[in-house]
Design a protein around this ligand. Structure first.
Ligand code: ADP
Length: 377
């Protein structure tokens, strides 16, 4: 037997490099090589390959994900026996170059203005506690599972709950003044809650809120989104008005419970949207009848008819009725939206249907009077 018979052929470094072309940084949403994150690739004589990944920040929270994805891609290359992933930090000039590349040619301003191909939905409710955030989180994950690139901007300044609903307990990475949304269950997430102390009340006022909303749209690397969901604070306050001004192409999704009182206050939001010539994509009735798990008897805990009445009042379709379902509450508290954690539950199924039927098409500005101004009440 020849001494050389057990030896592997030398791994082709070019093949490793092209296998790595599919590995993306989940938050930059760019292939590592394009982002300047690919350091050296060394192939040993024993079939081992060592890949160095250069991180935008040494404390990068995505190390494990990157190591897993790099190992899987390189491990599939012919002749590779073992993959080692080493981490290094990007140099300052490289970080600068990456940040200006991500900002691209858009300069100041945000990427959701005229000419953008992202469909923007503003999810609103008349009052708090009707399940607006639960609906937003589940719609986002359901749309992402359909293969869409989805972003969520949690603009519910006083009642932000997206970090909790998505189970995110870390701040986003910042790159030279550009924030990278957190990748949460396949959704690009940005929340006011990432920047404020849980214990401290948010006391921002009108102009500050407007500035904050501008930054959340413009100083965040949203990338190429198919859909952006804006989780608005309840009612028709400053944040809502600012966002409608900043993204005049947004369409409203109004969330209400079946209760007449909730429907009446939600109607105010609908009226405001109509006054601002903002189209209403439709109404989601949440907390509809509770169906008993054992006897299947249906109880209209919060009454019935609110969704249909609101839809008729604002001249928009009823997109769906989401039953009261403990799975929605439990999965929200566990940080994994129900469409992922309990996809067979009645609540998750209803929300998946709403997402499937949502026309993810950007509304055209053609034929609409410009410039737009928001008129109250
Ligand atoms: P909002 O954003 O309108 O303030 P949330 O989404 O935070 O409302 O929901 C308020 C509470 O109701 C949360 O505890 C949530 O888990 C729960 N919830 C929302 N929708 C449902 C539902 N369909 N069935 C059961 N619980 C729900």
């Amino acid at each position: 037997m020849s001494l050389l018979s057990g030896r592997r052929p030398q791994v082709d470094v070019a093949a490793v490099r092209s296998a790595l072309a599919v590995v993306e940084d989940p938050e930059l949403r760019l292939p590592l090589d394009e982002a300047g994150m690919l350091g050296g690739i060394e192939a040993g004589r024993d079939g081992s390959v060592r890949v160095t990944v250069r991180l935008t920040t040494p404390s990068c929270p995505l190390k494990d994900t990157l190591a897993r994805d790099v190992t899987a891609a390189v491990g599939a290359v012919a002749g590779v026996g073992r993959v080692d992933v080493a981490f290094a930090a990007m140099s300052e000039p490289d970080r600068m170059a990456l940040a200006s590349r991500l900002r691209g040619s858009r300069g100041s301003g945000h990427p959701f203005g005229p000419g953008s191909t992202t469909a923007v939905y503003a999810v609103a409710s008349g009052k708090g506690g009707v399940g607006k955030s639960t609906v937003t989180a589940n719609l986002a994950v359901a749309l992402a599972r359909q293969g869409k690139r989805v972003g969520v901007l949690d603009a519910d300044v006083w009642g932000y709950s997206m970090p909790h609903l998505f189970g995110v307990r870390r701040a986003p990475v910042a790159l030279k003044g550009l924030m990278l949304p957190v990748d949460a269950h396949g959704v690009a997430l940005m929340s006011v809650g990432f920047f404020v102390d849980d214990e401290e009340p948010v006391v921002w006022r009108g102009p500050m809120l407007h500035k904050a909303m501008e930054q959340f749209l413009g100083d965040v690397h949203w990338g190429d989104l198919d859909v952006l969901l804006l989780d608005l604070p309840p009612g028709t306050g400053d944040v809502t008005i600012s966002l409608l001004e900043l993204v005049p192409d947004a369409q409203l999704i109004a969330v209400t419970t079946p209760q007449p009182a909730a429907r009446t206050v939600a109607e105010r939001v609908g009226r405001m949207a109509l006054n601002a010539r903002m189209p209403i994509a439709g109404v989601v009735e949440n907390m509809s009848a509770l169906v008993c798990g054992s006897c299947q008897e249906s109880t209209a805990l919060f009454g019935s008819g609110g969704g249909e009445e609101l839809a008729a009042a604002v001249g928009a379709p009823l997109l769906g009725q989401v039953p009261l379902d403990v799975a929605l509450r439990e999965s929200g508290d566990a940080g994994v939206p129900a469409v992922l954690a309990a996809p067979g539950s009645p609540g998750a199924r209803a929300l998946s249907r709403v997402a499937a039927d949502l026309p993810v098409v950007r509304r055209s500005l053609v034929g609409r009077p410009l410039p737009l101004s928001v008129v109250g009440g």
